[in-house]
Design a protein around this ligand. Structure first.
Ligand SMILES: Nc1ncnc2c1ncn2[C@@H]1O[C@H](COP(=O)(O)OP(=O)(O)O[C@H]2O[C@H](CO)[C@@H](O)[C@H](O)[C@H]2O)[C@@H](O)[C@H]1O
Length: 212
């Protein structure tokens, strides 16, 4: 998964995922501008396997995280290149909640159910997905919304290995973590992990653990 090579950076002129805008507006009579991006809204699911009392997370290579951990050098043709000998792919590995973008005209709950099958291999009934809350990501840059769900799963709900959709080129490792490891993860800066995951874990320890 972290065997990354031939990395170069290019201007992004058009994208199905990111649309940059310059917003002009007037606030209290003062003319202002702000640079922002439209991205898809998304869902994330905190998954807890009650059979083995483990969290179910996903590990993957995130190009955007990698890019933020490396420096580029410009070659003779003006291309921005990354020396992968100096900057190994492991710098872009993250540990995350099962998550996905709302790009298929499905509800947040339906998207969460599908992502749980695709990424982690568990099939849960729709009504067993508990909405924790929704919130805004990247308030200065995207303002996009993420719905955060909680799902208890059991080994009996396993219908596949997960790992992501092959047709989308996804390469995802399912990672089981004990409750003790999950608690340690909240403040462990050595792991690349998104803020929504830290909130979800705090919520779990405030509302779901220890079990009565
Ligand atoms: N910027 C991009 N460039 C190129 N291809 C892209 C792309 N974004 C998505 N794709 C393509 O779309 C596929 C599906 O993406 P997902 O729905 O699994 O969202 P992802 O897990 O990347 O982010 C989810 O998880 C993270 C972490 O929780 C959230 O921040 C995020 O909002 C949520 O959708 C990817 O495998 C890729 O092929």
């Amino acid at each position: 998964m972290d065997k990354i090579s031939d990395v170069s950076l290019h201007p992004c002129k058009e994208s199905a995922y990111i649309k940059p805008h310059r917003i002009q507006y007037c606030q209290n009579g003062i003319q202002k501008t702000w640079d922002a991006m439209t991205v898809h809204d998304s869902v994330a699911i905190l998954v807890f396997n009650t059979t083995r009392k483990v969290f179910v997370f996903v590990k993957q290579f995130r190009p955007a995280v990698y890019m933020n951990n490396v420096s580029t050098q410009t070659d003779s043709e003006g291309n921005k290149m990354v020396d992968t000998g100096k900057y190994p792919g492991s710098l872009g590995l993250t540990l995350e909640l099962c998550a996905g973008i709302l790009d298929k005209n499905h509800s947040a709950q339906e998207t969460a159910q599908a992502e749980l099958i695709e990424e982690c291999g568990y099939k849960v009934p729709l009504d067993s997905l508990q909405l924790i809350t929704s919130f805004r990501g990247g308030v200065a840059t995207t303002g996009s919304k993420q719905w955060l769900f909680y799902a208890d799963v059991t080994d009996a709900m396993k219908v596949g290995t997960g790992g992501g959709l092959e047709e989308e080129g996804e390469l995802i490792e399912v990672v089981d973590m004990t409750v003790v490891e999950g608690r340690q993860l909240i403040l462990d800066e050595s792991v690349n992990r998104p803020v929504g995951m830290l909130f979800a874990l705090q919520w779990f320890f405030a509302n779901k653990w220890p079990r009565s």
